[in-house]
Write a protein that binds this ligand. Structure first.
Ligand code: QAP
Ligand code: CO
Length: 167
């Protein structure tokens, strides 16, 4: 297993659209293990392959307190959405920035698991937010894209300033 470097917004590679996984092989199993290790170490509750510059439709999520409920979603598709909720989101690619985003309150997602089985998961609350946030990454979208142009500019300035301080 390995910790992978996470791309930082506004890196242009975060805009790439991920392609479907054709075969779940050892390479994909290793990618899932590395994504999970990187997410747990951060710590975070979700990480998409896009964020580590791998443009395949793979995401990991674990919103459990004990960090023992890993969900690995391969080729995920939202098949149902209902209602509206607003949640304060953050992102490992946008460190130190949090803002409210409006999304569906309930979603159903269909995906392949590591055994190549088609699965379906219905979620609400935080898990529903996390699924939508991570699937956005696979489409080249970051939560900041849901905010106003003014907020996006302020976030870019703040992150650029932070990068100068840490450099
Ligand atoms: C996406 O985000 C998410 O700024 C996952 O300094 C977030 O794991 C879905 C993190 C909120 C739903 C609600 C962010 C860690 C982790 C930071 C994360 C930071 C350290 C973000
Ligand atoms: Co994110």
């Amino acid at each position: 297993m390995a910790l992978l470097p996470i791309l930082r917004f506004p890196d242009a590679r975060l805009k790439k659209v991920a392609t479907p996984v054709e075969k779940i092989d050892d390479g994909i199993r290793r990618l899932v293990a590395d994504l999970a290790e990187t997410m747990y170490e951060a710590p975070g509750i979700g990480l998409a392959a896009t964020q580590v510059d791998v443009h395949k439709q793979v995401v990991v999520i674990d919103i459990s307190e004990e960090k023992n409920q890993l969900l690995a979603l391969i080729n995920p598709r939202i098949t149902h959405r209902d209602g509206v909720q607003v949640y304060e989101e953050g992102c490992l690619s946008v460190p130190g920035i949090y803002d409210k985003v409006e999304r569906a309150a309930e979603v159903t997602v269909e995906y392949l698991d590591l055994e190549n089985q088609i699965r379906s998961c219905s979620a609400d609350g935080l898990l529903a937010v996390c699924i939508q946030h991570e699937l956005d990454h696979l489409q080249g979208k970051v939560f900041v894209d849901h905010l106003s142009q003014l907020k996006q500019m302020r976030i870019k300035n703040k992150l650029a300033k932070q990068a100068r301080i840490t450099a």
